[in-house]
Design a protein around this ligand. Structure first.
Ligand SMILES: *[C@@H]1O[C@H](CO)[C@@H](O)[C@H](O)[C@H]1NC(C)=O
Ligand SMILES: *[C@@H]1O[C@H](CO)[C@@H](O)[C@H](O)[C@H]1NC(C)=O
Ligand SMILES: *[C@@H]1O[C@H](CO)[C@@H](O)[C@H](O)[C@H]1NC(C)=O
Ligand SMILES: *[C@@H]1O[C@H](CO)[C@@H](O)[C@H](O)[C@H]1NC(C)=O
Ligand SMILES: *[C@@H]1O[C@H](CO)[C@@H](O)[C@H](O)[C@H]1NC(C)=O
Ligand SMILES: *[C@@H]1O[C@H](CO)[C@@H](O)[C@H](O)[C@H]1NC(C)=O
Ligand SMILES: *[C@@H]1O[C@H](CO)[C@@H](O)[C@H](O)[C@H]1NC(C)=O
Length: 794
């Protein structure tokens, strides 16, 4: 019985939870932007409800959506969530138990929403919470009971906003040991003294107290009194310090002997306020003053404070200064009392265009000078560094990055005598070239020349003085004089000096340079226009992998190929070049070798096949054909082997050229008339190429008589003549009977070797005359021959 009730209960719970899940699931969209670290970034997703994300998510960024409400079960399954951001939504309602299951939550950001009150119940289960941001919500007070009481591990708390008007004692009870406290209370009207006092120890405190500083200095004083401790850095923002009253709250700070640092951010100051501030902090052991986003309305007339003592100030940091009346601004020469002590001075992005040498002389303790992002030129830097006379003898770090300097050699000359200089940052200036040789201080360990327009690196690079003997130094100098190339200078480059040349137009790394780069230990040359040669790619890729001695210390993604064109935009680390590109010489040699071999083989083959002869013959034939129409001056050209010459001379020539007078039938109109024969021995023009002779002989003869015998078959020339007649035979006007074959000895087609296929073909297509072995039948033979020769005469 009890068991079945239990089952029912379980079922009911299951159904209910299913019902709930369905209800919320239908409204709730899913956000799948989670990475492998289970961190889900659903920022800018247009969500109006908390979206569904995997339950195991460790961090969930829901910033910049349109979420108006967090329901009780929206986050109930996220027991392991560590960080949750709802920044920049329209959150007005948070259910009281909405965060109850977030036991592991360490960071919660609810800033920039529409929460009109803070409820302590939200935080009761957040025992692990370390950072809570409630800034810029329209609540006017923190409410009671104290909201943060259960946040025992809280280390960083940000609250307040334009609407915050009241802070009461006990509002922050339970909050101790904060590392960082930020309060935006520009419109604070009521402050119960001691409200912030219980939080000690307190790390950095950032306060915005615009209105209180303007017209309620008592309130501002009370606030400052509660948070000022000697070792607590104090940051004050949004101040309008003009009247002589406005500096009075600092008296409280001064009274507590604040020591670590005072930072003022986003403020206006008049000369009067500056003087008052200097008076107020007279003798306070403050070591660091930082002022950012300052608008100075005065003219720099602060002499009235010249009796004050600020020898404690070690570091002075000024960024984004605007001087309204910059042309009326007086010289700082009277301000020895201010300039004498600091060792670190930064005046960044403040339109500084010159610091006169006499003023620079006052900065006697200065070891660190940062004038980055100003308007210094070669001329005014020369003035500032007193033309390189080494006045700032203690200077160790000089940062003139982001000015409008143009000459590396000027800078080099100016710092040459700064014998303690270790860091020189001259990046983001307008250099376009480097001098061939430079003498940097021997102490220099860091040189940043990134972001210029350098196209080459010369031996101007600094070298490491440590360890190298003077003698070897001189040797290198001499070598440098004679051959001032980059690779020659390599051994002068330090083995430990980091060099930074990012964002130039360098396209260096020629083959010869690489050897020298291999000696560098760390190198940053990203964002240049690299020529991705094989050596360069090979060198960098091995450096990326950590092989070799060089350590590329900037991001590998900043190495992008600029040329060759087909690699433009490719990250060097991912380029893979083919063998064709990388071993061009080898490749070309191999190709040429192969081509040569093939050509040679082809030649041999063609030679074996007598192709050249055919070619030459064709040429000769073409020449003969295109030349003037040859006159037919012979009846027949006789093609015969030398060994058959006796038969030709003794029988053929006399019989055909000198017909016998006493022919039997002289009355016969067809009586033999003398024929003219062309014999190569007799009629060939001496001095001509034999082929030309054969060619023209055949051209000028009506017929060609081939005297076939074993000898003929064995004589090559005869074969060629035959080959030619083959052309001739197919030449239109010659007809099929141009060739006459005479067999001197019985020769069957099969006796002729196969390679004389032309001859064999001719024998089967043309009737041939056989020289009779019996004397008495020769008359008939000659008659037949004459017939054949005369065939077309009629
Ligand atoms: C989430 O993405 C936005 C840009 O869409 C980015 O600004 C934000 O830093 C990212 N948040 C986290 C936690 O990475
Ligand atoms: C929030 O909603 C408003 C209007 O309802 C819209 O203009 C805005 O773009 C939305 N914001 C986001 C991040 O979706
Ligand atoms: C301070 O000035 C604001 C307006 O500038 C005014 O609303 C407020 O009442 C003043 N507070 C005091 C204490 O005078
Ligand atoms: C500084 O003064 C200008 C003009 O008087 C004013 O607009 C600006 O709000 C002031 N800044 C602060 C932080 O009070
Ligand atoms: C502020 O200046 C006025 C006159 O400009 C003077 O009467 C007053 O005493 C000064 N207050 C302080 C605290 O210096
Ligand atoms: C020089 O100043 C620039 C810009 O302010 C900064 O990025 C750089 O880190 C500084 N260099 C050194 C060596 O501090
Ligand atoms: C060198 O200077 C550039 C430009 O100011 C800067 O981005 C870079 O971080 C610097 N390099 C180092 C190693 O400080």
């Amino acid at each position: 019985m009890g068991q079945s009730a239990n089952t029912y209960l379980t079922l009911l719970v299951l159904l209910l939870s299913l019902g709930c899940a369905q209800r919320s699931d239908t409204d709730r969209k899913r956000c799948g932007h989670c990475d492998l670290q289970l961190s889900c970034n659903c920022s800018y997703g247009g969500f109006i409800h908390v979206p569904l994300v995997p339950e195991r998510a460790l961090s969930l960024d829901l910033s910049f959506n349109n979420i108006t409400e967090v329901w009780a079960d929206d986050l109930s399954s996220h027991m392991s969530l560590r960080a949750l951001s709802l920044h920049g939504n329209r959150l007005a309602v948070i259910h009281l138990s909405a965060f109850d299951s977030l036991w592991s939550l360490e960071k919660l950001d609810l800033s920039d929403n529409r929460l009109t009150d803070i409820n302590h119940k939200w935080f009761t289960k957040l025992g692990a919470l370390q950072q809570l941001n409630l800034l810029d919500n329209p609540y006017s007070c923190l409410g009671s009971p104290p909201a943060f009481q259960s946040l025992v591990r809280l280390r960083r708390l940000d609250f307040g906003g334009p609407a915050l008007v009241e802070l009461r004692r006990g509002d922050l009870s339970g909050v101790t040991e904060l590392e960082e406290l930020t309060i935006h209370a520009n419109n604070l009207e009521r402050y119960e003294s001691g409200a912030l006092a219980a939080m000690w120890p307190l790390g950095r405190v950032t306060l915005r107290l615009h209105e209180p500083f303007l017209n309620n200095t008592a309130l501002a004083s009370a606030v400052l009194a509660d948070v000022s401790y000697p070792n607590t850095p104090l940051v004050l923002e949004d101040l309008h310090l003009v009247g002589n009253e406005s500096l009075q709250p600092f008296k409280e700070t001064a009274k507590r002997r604040i020591r670590s640092s005072l930072t003022l951010r986003n403020l206006n100051m008049s000369d009067e306020a500056v003087v008052d501030l200097l008076v107020v902090i007279d003798g306070v052991p403050l070591t660091f003053i930082s002022i950012e986003d300052l608008t100075l309305t005065g003219e720099g007339r602060w002499e009235r404070a010249s009796w004050t003592d600020h020898r404690g100030i070690d570091e002075f940091f000024l960024q984004n200064l605007v001087v309204l009346d910059v042309f009326k601004f007086v010289s700082l020469l009277q301000h020895r009392f201010l300039l004498h002590y600091p060792r670190k001075v930064s005046v960044i992005h403040s339109q500084v265009f010159v610091i006169p040498c006499p003023t620079a002389h006052l900065l006697v303790n200065m070891q660190y000078l940062d004038l980055s992002n100003n308007l210094l030129t070669d001329l005014t830097v020369t003035e500032m560094l007193c033309n390189g006379d080494g006045t700032q003898k203690d200077l160790r770090v000089l940062n003139i990055s982001g000015n409008i300097l143009k000459s590396v050699s000027t800078i080099n000359r100016l710092v040459a005598k700064l014998s303690k200089l270790t860091h020189l940052d001259i990046s983001r200036n307008g250099y376009s070239s480097m001098p061939q040789d430079c003498s940097w201080p021997r102490t220099l360990r860091y040189l940043n020349m990134s972001g210029a327009k350098l196209t080459t690196i010369t031996s101007c690079l600094p070298h490491n003085s440590g360890g190298k003997s003077v003698r070897s130094e001189q040797q290198w100098s001499q070598k440098l004089l004679s051959v001032p190339t980059f690779s020659e200078s390599a051994p002068r480059m330090s083995e430990t000096l980091p060099c930074f040349f990012q964002s130039n137009t360098l396209n260096m790394f020629g083959n010869s340079d690489l050897q020298s780069y291999r000696r560098l230990q760390s190198l940053q040359v990203g964002q240049n226009k690299f020529v991705c040669s094989c050596d360069f790619v090979d060198f960098l890729q091995s450096a990326f992998k950590g092989a070799g001695d060089v350590h590329i210390t900037d991001r590998t993604e900043s190495y992008i190929c600029d040329s060759p064109l087909y690699l433009q935009g490719e990250p060097v680390g991912q380029v893979s070049l083919s063998i064709v590109e990388c071993h061009q010489v080898l490749f070309v040699s191999v190709i040429c070798g192969v081509a040569l071999c093939v050509a040679l083989l082809l030649c041999i083959l063609l030679w074996r096949l007598h192709a050249f002869w055919y070619l030459k013959m064709t040429w000769a034939w073409i020449k003969a054909k295109t030349g003037a129409e040859a006159l037919l001056s012979f009846d027949a050209f006789v093609s015969y082997s030398e060994r058959d010459a006796s038969w030709v001379e003794n029988f053929l020539v006399p019989e055909l050229e000198e017909p016998r007078e006493n022919a039997e039938d002289s009355s016969n109109p067809r009586s033999p008339r003398s024929l003219t024969l062309c014999l190569h021995k007799r009629d060939f023009l001496p001095g001509y190429w034999i082929m030309d002779n054969i060619m023209s002989a055949m051209e000028r003869s009506r017929r060609t008589i081939f005297i076939l015998s074993q000898n003929f078959v064995e004589s090559d020339w005869c074969r060629y003549e035959l080959d030619f007649s083959h052309f001739w035979l197919f030449d239109g006007n010659a007809g099929g009977e141009a060739a006459i074959l005479i067999l001197l000895e019985p020769l069957s087609k099969d006796d002729i070797p196969k390679r004389f296929c032309k001859l064999r073909k001719l024998m089967s297509s043309t009737t041939y005359l056989e020289w009779p072995q019996e004397e008495e039948r020769s008359g008939e033979f000659w008659k037949n021959l004459r017939e054949a020769l005369r065939m077309e005469d009629d």
